[in-house]
Design a protein. Structure first.
Length: 440
């Protein structure tokens, strides 16, 4: 397997130091591996690159299970593997959709790797939709969060049901106090620890306090966001209803937003996440659900509308910005009787928003839904050709493209959105009529 070819396809010049050490630990030993590294440092690629070299691409059996705490990380990790073009097949399994549909997908794809949440993986193993006998590798991504979310019983059952398990890889962005005994880590395991010794947040993140004169911080938030222009920002709150209230207010004020919390249906969550990650919205209003497991580059600002409920929650929120070698800012909006939590380390500078504009700047991109996908033999190249030929776009007016089984999302220049929708009505892609409409 040509690793350099994979890196070139991913547009990565070389692996970072953590990824190199992780690959060495996985490839050069036969023991278990614990990988500890901050959010945004590239842990998914760090385990996938060496893992695909260890699997048999000619086999139709599941050889590796990757356990994740939620559907977003399952989908995201699955996408990373597909983008690698390694020849290893995969599938993702999680709650919120019919298990029967996943069973059909498993039979059709015959994946060597399955990404999934503990409960759904157990369900498929119990029904023999996934054969337990060929599984040699178990990867637990964000294992600390899996355990915090009450997955102890499900995880213990899952591990106990894998008779041929040989290797385990555990990943986390925080240093868990103890790995549970039921994980059965080998004594000769290797710990690859790239967590900073005493650095709570990256030195590339600057911390600010913004004082709100009123207990209701909405107006202060509006003024702060106006000063950010069209840069990408996440506003964190602690409750679902608060997310919806703040998002509704910002929309009424003219901001182009996404909102994200655990109460949304799967399709809603996907729509909101795609719009934010492809630059069609520049503000995401979310609970801490968006603080982990999402790989969204170039987030310039983190806003704590509600104070983080714990130090660990704070670390993961701020870990959304300053990813890789970028700079970032984190803002605490404090009301008249509020203060910044005592656990926040480092200098926090006062900040008074003084925006030069009175109206929000709309994002550069907008998202299109195209009602055809991989099952219809539609590729990213087909979509580019369709939008250029039928929609009148230039290639540089098309952004990120995500092709799913039955549909695709495409980012296009916002000013060309209506043109594309009008010109593609009733047109065919690969000889098939399709729906093309904006994602609201």
């Amino acid at each position: 397997m040509d690793i350099q070819k994979i890196l070139k396809k991913l547009r990565i010049e070389q692996l970072n130091e953590m990824q190199q050490h992780a690959a060495e630990a996985i490839l050069r030993s036969d023991g278990d591996v614990v990988l500890l590294s901050p959010t945004g440092s590239g842990k998914t690629l760090a385990y996938l690159l060496p893992l695909v070299q260890q699997l048999d691409a000619s086999s139709g059996a599941v050889q590796a299970l990757v356990v994740v705490p939620g559907r977003e990380l399952a989908l995201q990790s699955d996408t990373v593997l597909r983008d690698m073009g390694s020849g290893i097949r995969s599938a993702s399994c999680y709650g919120g959709r019919a298990a029967m549909d996943e069973h059909r997908k498993l039979k059709e794809v015959k994946p060597q790797i399955v990404f999934g949440t503990p409960g759904r993986l157990n369900d498929h193993l119990d029904k023999d939709n996934i054969s337990r006998y060929g599984i040699r590798w178990l990867i637990i991504d964000e294992f600390d969060k899996c355990l915090q979310m009450g997955f102890h019983h499900e995880m213990a059952k899952l591990i106990k049901s894998l008779p041929g398990l040989q290797r385990r890889i555990l990943l986390s962005a925080t240093n868990a106090e103890e790995i549970p005994q039921f994980v059965n880590m080998a004594k000769k395991g290797t710990v690859v620890d790239f967590l900073p010794d005493d650095e709570q947040t990256s030195e590339r993140v600057t911390l600010y306090e913004v004082k709100s004169p009123q207990k209701d911080k909405l107006e202060t938030l509006r003024t702060l966001l106006l000063g950010f222009g069209d840069t990408s920002s996440i506003v964190f709150l602690n409750y679902r209803d608060s997310v919806e209230r703040v998002n509704r207010y910002l929309t009424e004020q003219g901001f182009t937003t996404s909102f994200f919390h655990g109460g949304l249906e799967q399709k809603q969550r996907e729509d909101q996440l795609y719009k934010f990650s492809n630059g069609s919205t520049n503000v995401m209003v979310s609970t801490d659900l968006a603080s982990r497991g999402l790989d969204i580059p170039d987030i310039a600002n983190i806003v704590h509308y509600h104070m983080p409920e714990s130090e660990e929650g704070y670390i993961h929120r701020v870990g959304r910005t300053a990813r890789w070698d970028k700079q970032g800012r984190a803002f605490f909006i404090t009301g008249p009787e509020e203060h910044i939590p005592d656990y926040v380390e480092g200098e926090v500078e006062p900040y008074v928003p003084t925006p030069d504009i009175q109206c929000p700047i709309p994002p550069k991109m907008a998202t299109l839904y195209i009602g055809k996908g991989k099952k219809d033999k539609v590729s990213k190249g087909d979509i580019v050709g369709f939008l250029c030929k039928k929609g009148g776009l230039l290639s540089d007016e098309i952004g990120r493209i995500d092709v799913n089984d039955r549909y695709a999302y495409v980012a296009v220049k916002r000013e060309k959105l209506q043109q594309v929708v009008c010109q593609t009505q009733g047109e065919k892609i690969k000889g098939i009529k399709t729906i093309v409409e904006p994602v609201r």
